[in-house]
Write a protein that binds this ligand. Sequence first.
Ligand code: FMN
Length: 213
Amino acid sequence: MTTDLNLTGLESSFGGSLAITPEDADLLFREARTAQTFTDEPVTDADLQAAWDLTKWGPTAMNTGPLRVLVAAGRDARERLASHMNEGNRQRVLDAPLSLVVAADTGFHTKLATLAPHAAGRVAHFEAEPAMRAAMARTNAMLQSGYLIIALRAVGLAVGPMSGMDAAAIDADLLAGTGWNALAVLNVGHVVGDGGAFPRAARLTWDEASLTR
Ligand SMILES: Cc1cc2nc3c(=O)[nH]c(=O)nc-3n(C[C@H](O)[C@H](O)[C@H](O)COP(=O)(O)O)c2cc1C
């Protein structure tokens, strides 16, 4: 049985250093789960706008901000997207109220004048190095995808991320002509309880995941 004394102890060991409320830490991290099933409640444009308005402030190399998002809202787009998912992920896309394809814009350098005025002189250098650009876009867009997952949670939504898919097929179909490379699909919506999440698996402790030299 949990006693008040134990709760106080827990709060001081895990919550004492937090600069956000324990409830917010639960919402964003500790109680947020990878959702499998969603209610029919739609995700609004305002929800997505609000999530982006948080996501966009997360740091990226040189402030390049290469994350792009395809919103697969309609039935046709979700059926096409589902056809490119690994079998176990297919029905999840069809059943979700909304699926987002998070992608890396390999042409991010064309926006350097706005996003990184200090580096605007390097556009020609980036133009000549497509492989370097693709790697840089991928690393930073993946980082921003993490920010987006947490931002979606911050606006009260649940997320089911999936990368089991034929990314090249998504690029050739839904992302044709954009220069964007698909990284993952995020199913997004509202849930009841934990959204049918699988049993929670363990996480590494700080001691296991860190080295101090
Ligand atoms: C980038 C990424 C790719 C993932 N790909 C898949 C996937 O293809 N299929 C799947 O069932 N789950 C996938 N997952 C879900 C993870 O297994 C899940 O987020 C993780 O086990 C943590 O689950 P929890 O949030 O419920 O603790 C993916 C998650 C992430 C972040």
